[in-house]
Write a protein that binds this ligand. Structure first.
Ligand SMILES: Cc1cc2nc3c(=O)[nH]c(=O)nc-3n(C[C@H](O)[C@H](O)[C@H](O)COP(=O)(O)O)c2cc1C
Length: 188
């Protein structure tokens, strides 16, 4: 993940290629109920930050050059579409068509995660940097500002741009576990 960007724009064809790859991410039952709010103009990106990080809070924000990323992609998933899909004949036996509460694993978030990972991979392949970050309490404000339908859920935001050298997040000071620590071959 990258948290400092130059303000250099990203070619429209690169943005389209990233989205085209993410569109092809897998989804449960091929429900394919994922939409992308794409903010790729200076004006739209500024509106996003004005909505989620008002000027008064910016002085203490630890990643000021995150705000220079020229591209923000906010993926939205549609839980109702999954319920409808699994109510169809070929999936009715699962019982998942009865309602969201039947889903022990909410696949809309699983599928959204796959699409986010595809965006991140695509960005790195295009020699760009990217950060997935949470919307936390700002989901409704972003929904209202950009006219997103009420039934959709935001996963978070993917900022993409040309990377700059940066101070690392405190989260990365802990090394990833080794395979020996997390792989349980045959039994736990
Ligand atoms: C679901 C998820 C949510 C995250 N939320 C944030 C966030 O809100 N802010 C942030 O700076 N980084 C966020 N990250 C990035 C993680 O901190 C980062 O992936 C982790 O520390 C490992 O670092 P690396 O991806 O650079 O190897 C998030 C990552 C994931 C997968």
């Amino acid at each position: 993940m990258c948290r400092a960007f130059s303000d250099r724009e990203i070619e429209a064809s690169t943005i389209d290629a990233l989205l085209e790859q993410a569109r092809r991410a897998p989804s449960a039952g091929n429900t394919a109920a994922l939409d992308f709010l794409v903010l790729a103009s200076r004006e739209d990106v500024a509106i996003y930050w004005d909505t989620t990080l008002p000027a008064a809070r910016r002085a203490t924000f630890p990643w000021p050059r995150l705000l220079d990323a020229p591209l923000l992609i906010i993926p939205w998933v549609d839980p109702e579409a999954y319920v409808k899909r699994y109510a169809r004949t070929d999936k009715a036996h699962t019982g998942l068509g009865s309602g969201e509460s039947e889903w022990t694993v909410p696949y809309w978030f699983v599928d959204g995660g796959a699409a986010v990972m595809t965006l991140l991979h695509g960005a790195v392949d295009a020699e760009l940097g990217a950060l997935f970050f949470g919307l936390f309490g700002d989901e409704d404000a972003v929904r209202t500002k950009f006219g997103v339908p009420a039934r959709l859920r935001a996963l978070g935001c993917v900022a993409i741009g040309h990377p700059l050298p940066e101070r690392k997040s405190s989260s990365v000071s802990t090394p990833r576990p080794t395979l020996d620590q997390i792989v349980h071959r045959g039994r736990w």
